[in-house]
Design a binder for this molecule. Structure first.
Ligand code: ZN
Ligand code: ZN
Length: 315
């Protein structure tokens, strides 16, 4: 099933809209396993690695166990007893933390109440573990964005594009905090948007992104193209002829207030400290995910599906 085709009204899968309810539910390991199975994060069945017999779930140790009787040589028949963790081969297979804690952390990270203090208090994770799993979750969200994001705009629609610099390079308690340029766009009519970190803002880079994220035939409004205009009209001609985007001159009164507002929202989402250049794609993905799914239950549900999409469990 495609990620976008799930009907959020029909949650029968254990996803809830309250982080406190989730916390209670996750104390029950049966619930944890069912939740993971419902979203395809772990598999519902497993074949023995030794004799290919279908294994049973040992709910004391949470392992798949082969119960098949086997005879080797003249010995009495014995149980094969092959066993493997239910988490093996999937998202949680290398986790050094309890699955329930990890699922709770994911919920908190997908809720606006996320804070280090809350995590310290509730599950006792160290800062290092928090940073590690936050990165892991953002990778899932980045992959989600790649899978579901479609170009924005279209004929008769207006797309505002702009570049914005996030922060200045500075030092916080001796640690370097990087600045980052981000290029993005928003469709005025549909409010769909995209934003990607860029290393250079040359014409080639931005054109490639416009071609990837904006539907040809859209009317594009920007400030920045004015500066390209100063460099010569060649780029513009090339652009409008070959890719049939229509650029509106800012001098005509067209404005880019919508994208400027969007940048302000983005900036509230990017951590002020501990920010690293290579995390930016993840920060933007998180922002995109929160904008797309407004409630925790939606975010949690689609997050788990995205986990299964990125780390399909292997037998
Ligand atoms: Zn076996
Ligand atoms: Zn769900």
């Amino acid at each position: 099933m495609a990620l976008s085709e799930i009907d959020p009204v029909k949650y029968q899968c254990g996803c809830v809209n309250s982080i406190f309810e989730l916390r209670e539910n996750l104390k029950d390991i049966d619930f944890v396993v069912k939740l993971l199975q419902e979203h395809g994060v772990i598999s519902r069945e497993h074949n023995c690695g030794r004799c290919d017999n279908s294994c049973q779930l040992d709910t004391k140790r949470w392992v798949w166990r082969c119960q098949k009787k086997v005879t080797i040589g003249n010995q009495k028949a014995k149980k094969c007893n092959y066993s493997v963790s239910v988490y093996k081969g999937g998202w949680l297979s290398n986790a050094k933390v309890k699955a329930g804690d990890n699922l709770f952390f994911s919920g908190v990270y997908l809720d606006k109440i996320f804070s280090y203090e809350l995590i310290h208090r509730e599950i006792g994770w160290t800062n290092k573990t928090i940073v590690g799993w936050s990165t892991f979750i953002r990778e899932v969200l980045e992959n989600y964005c790649e899978l579901v994001r479609k170009p924005i705009g279209g004929p008769g629609l207006t797309v505002e594009i702009d570049e914005s610099k996030f922060g200045k390079r500075r030092y916080h308690k001796g640690v370097r905090v990087d600045a980052q340029w981000v290029f993005g766009g928003i469709c005025r009519e549909t409010r769909e948007f995209f934003a990607v970190p860029v290393e250079t803002r040359d014409r080639e880079t931005l054109l490639a992104l416009i071609k990837k994220y904006v539907v040809p035939g859209s009317t594009i409004i920007s400030d920045c193209w004015k500066s390209y205009n100063c460099l010569g009209t060649e780029g513009f001609d090339h652009l409008t002829v070959n890719h049939t985007f229509n650029f509106v001159d800012p001098e005509t009164g067209a404005h880019t207030n919508t994208i400027k507002r969007q940048w302000r929202s983005y900036k509230e989402w990017v951590p002020k400290v501990g920010r690293k250049k290579y995390y930016f794609r993840g920060y933007l993905a998180r922002f995109y995910f929160f904008s797309r799914w407004k409630s925790l239950v939606d975010r949690y549900h689609h997050f788990l599906l995205a986990v299964a999409a990125l780390y399909p469990p292997t037998n």
